[in-house]
Design a protein around this ligand. Sequence first.
Ligand code: HEC
Length: 175
Amino acid sequence: MHFSFMNKLGASFLITLWLITGANMMGDLLVHVEAAETPALKIAAKGGTEKPKDETGGESALVLLASASAEAGVRTFKKCKSCHSTEKGGKNKVGPNLWDVVGRPKASTPGFKYSGALSGLGGVWTYEDLDAFLTKPKSFAKGNKMTFAGLKKAADRAAVIAHLRSLSDQPKPLP
Ligand code: HEC
């Protein structure tokens, strides 16, 4: 077979076109990969601008406890008041009386019917456990009957725990 110059030119033109199209498709593929990555980058950027520690309650209230004011805790405790009395010998409401709860064995207020989830915990209410419980009651003791979402802000928990600590004839030493 004999190819004329024009034939060869045409063929090389087609091949070039082919290569360009191919390169374009490759480019498209690459662009697609990049596009798929964009949302992930956005999430990372968004997370960076927020204060994830506060939002998730990942921060410990214990470091704030020494400087927390029991007074501010009284205000925060308004969220708890409908269910908990705090005076010595006070009667149980929806939840148990909380007099002297720091350092006291869990689920031990006389006359209160605790859920198995709470009475099965064992041990005493340490500052750590109170912090974890009040961050998200539902996850600390699965199936317990304290229907309270939790205090997301470490400062609020520190204040409430400082208030709980003050409800005692002999407040326990700070951690
Ligand atoms: C809607 C009512 C309700 C609210 C609001 C509530 N609690 Fe409770 N709380 C309960 C109940 C009910 C229990 C017992 C849970 C069980 O037995 O499963 C409980 C248990 C507890 C315990 C364990 C006591 C023990 O004797 O072991 C502590 C501590 C506690 N609550 C603190 C708080 C604090 C602090 C707040 C506010 C930030 C609060 N609760 C808000 C109902 C409530």
